[in-house]
Design a protein around this ligand. Structure first.
Ligand SMILES: [Zn+2]
Ligand SMILES: [Zn+2]
Ligand SMILES: [Zn+2]
Length: 144
């Protein structure tokens, strides 16, 4: 038996931290948040077409869960068919606009982000309540 060395480069980092998302995507609409709220998010859901369970995205416009371009590109195909531009990643919670061909960010989408974060980590994002600065939780509660 020979040891075939198979060097796959499919897991190389995608520089998610060096990307600056667009802040002026014209495709983001506040009604998406209402559509989103009608169907509970489940980050463990697999692609509706190929059943892939890694790296799925959810369409922000119709709540379909489909796989990324790094898998079978069913979300890309969904955009081609429906012109639904916006999807959010269950992998790193980034929002992609296919029409802008860019990562995007908007205050409008924050309830959606929060929702995915909750489903993924079971807790609210650390910076979600801005008016409480609790460093060292539970350390100094003074009861009278
Ligand atoms: Zn856009
Ligand atoms: Zn798929
Ligand atoms: Zn869609």
């Amino acid at each position: 038996m020979e040891n075939t060395e198979n060097t796959e480069n499919t897991n190389e980092p995608r520089e998610i931290f060096s990307i600056t998302p667009k802040t002026d995507c014209p495709h983001i609409k506040s009604e998406f948040v209402e559509i989103w709220a009608q169907k509970p998010v489940d980050v463990k859901k697999s692609c509706e077409i190929c059943n892939e369970s890694n790296e799925n995205w959810r369409c922000i416009e119709c709540a379909k869960v489909l796989c990324s371009r790094y898998v079978n590109a069913h979300m890309t195909e969904h955009y081609t068919k429906t012109n639904h531009s916006l999807a959010i990643s269950f992998f790193d919670l980034s929002t992609w606009c296919y029409s802008c061909d860019s990562y995007v960010t908007s205050k409008i989408l924050s309830p959606i982000l929060k929702d995915v974060y909750m489903s993924k980590f079971g807790t609210l994002p650390p910076n979600s309540d801005k008016d409480s600065d609790n460093n060292g939780e539970g350390s100094s509660f003074t009861r009278s």
